[in-house]
Design a protein around this ligand. Structure first.
Ligand SMILES: Nc1ncnc2c1ncn2[C@@H]1O[C@H](COP(=O)(O)OP(=O)(O)OP(=O)(O)O)[C@@H](O)[C@H]1O
Length: 412
């Protein structure tokens, strides 16, 4: 498992963007939602300071989430005071919530008891992952289907985590796309909260880049994955109403199918994007995401737009091509921040040296590296206004993939 690096930036020292220069071309933004915000502050000065800021500020103050993102009335949540005086919330769906099992899922095909039995009381042998939200289990249901169950950490069962949990559910419930992990439902049972989602069988992208299964992802597969992810985020930004900003695009949130197609997971941090009609912008009092992937302009302004996802996607592209994590602390200083190192190499004309050493140097791989990196650096522009939309990224990637295949076929 990759180490967890989720951090919340809580203010204090001014986080900063990099002083690097990107390639000069600026792609037109075709995103329908406004990506500029009411204030456009000065770009900060140093990526290094920004990174260190993240490490210094790596905590989330309890109760600091500003808004509860689940609408009680919409979901028939009935609050009542328990004998101990604490407020308990119960979720009623189809009326099948017997034995303390309550579910919001209208077409319930699983119950808490079933999941509890199938995992032998959440035995570690059914565990497939661990994240900030809690532990993930692989569960075979009685109808023969397999699902992934995310069990919320008990220590996080406070209002803050509750809001996050509801946020994830609400967001997931809205979206259906081949390249997004499907939502099935959730269960609340006493102090247990379980989120039930589509099981994606082939692990996460980070583990594959680390060759945990002993096999290297070839360039064609990496391009397919990049294209799938671009399509999924484009869908969130353009085809959901209101638009959804993922907020936590990273390699451990990219899950792979048996055919190595990508599905974007983990909407726990997702928030609804600014409403394009009203022109409102989301100003959050706390920044969430993962160190190394966070948009520096979001860190400075606290204003969230789709372009924050574009930035994280740029980091992900560099990770896909180099095989390196966004932050590699074991390396010498000048190579620790992978995007900085890659940008330096690219601008000095030494692009080829950043290619994942596990990949063959050949004309088609070199072409893909050059083209994808060029686009990645546009995504990483310090100012969001200079970044392409995800739709534009999808189009460019599609073209790169086509050129790559053609060159590959001619050189065979
Ligand atoms: N739907 C799923 N199908 C298969 N495996 C999954 C699924 N969801 C999560 N996993 C596995 O569990 C791991 C942990 O997932 P989780 O989303 O809880 O945390 P994370 O993305 O690694 O970290 P963070 O909490 O910081 O986002 C994933 O990296 C993946 O390997």
């Amino acid at each position: 498992m990759p180490s967890r690096r989720r951090h919340s930036y809580t203010g204090g020292s001014s986080p900063a963007t990099s002083s690097y220069s990107t390639t000069s071309t600026t792609l037109p933004d075709r995103s329908p939602a406004p990506s500029s915000t009411t204030t456009d502050r000065q770009a900060p000065n140093s990526l290094a300071r920004w990174i260190s800021g993240i490490f210094i500020n790596c905590f989330t103050p309890p109760g600091s989430v500003s808004s509860k993102s689940f609408n009680d009335s919409e979901h028939d949540i009935r609050s009542r005071r328990s004998s101990t005086g604490s407020v308990q919330k119960h979720y009623y769906g189809n009326g099948n919530g017997n034995n303390g099992n309550e579910t919001e899922n209208q077409n319930q095909r699983f119950s808490f008891d079933e999941i509890y039995a199938a995992t032998k009381n959440f035995s570690p042998s059914f565990r497939i992952g661990q994240g900030g939200f809690g532990t993930v289990y692989k569960v075979k249901l009685r109808d023969g289907s397999t699902v992934a169950v995310k069990r919320a950490k008990k220590s996080l069962h406070d209002d803050r985590q509750g809001a996050e949990f509801m946020s994830e559910i609400k967001t997931l419930a809205q979206v259906t796309h081949l390249s997004l992990v499907k939502y099935y439902g959730y269960l609340v049972h006493n102090d247990e909260k379980l989120l039930v989602v589509e099981y994606v069988p082939n692990g996460n992208l980070r583990d594959h880049l680390d060759c945990k299964d002993g096999k290297t992802l070839d360039m064609a597969t990496r391009l397919d994955i990049a294209t799938d992810v671009a399509h999924a985020i484009t869908y969130l930004h353009m085809y959901t109403q209101p638009p959804i900003i993922h907020r936590d695009i990273k390699s451990s949130n990219i899950l792979l199918t048996d055919n190595f197609r990508a599905k974007v997971a983990d909407f726990g941090f997702a928030r609804l994007a600014p409403d394009s009609e009203s022109g409102a912008t989301h100003v959050s009092t706390q920044v969430k995401g993962t160190a190394g992937y966070l948009d520096p302009e979001y860190l400075t302004t606290y204003q969230l737009t789709e372009k924050s996802d574009v930035y994280s996607f740029g980091v992900l592209l560099v990770e896909l091509l180099t095989g390196r994590r966004p932050i590699e602390l074991h390396r010498e200083q000048k190579e620790r921040i992978t995007i900085r190192w890659a940008i330096k190499k690219f601008t000095s004309g030494d692009t080829i040296s950043v290619l994942d050493p596990k990949l063959e140097r050949n004309p088609s791989n070199n072409l893909a590296l050059e083209k994808v990196l060029e686009m990645a650096f546009q995504c990483l522009a310090p100012h969001r206004g200079s970044r392409p939309s995800m739709k534009k990224c999808s189009e460019i990637l599609w073209g790169i993939r086509k050129d790559y295949r053609e060159l590959l076929n001619t050189s065979l």
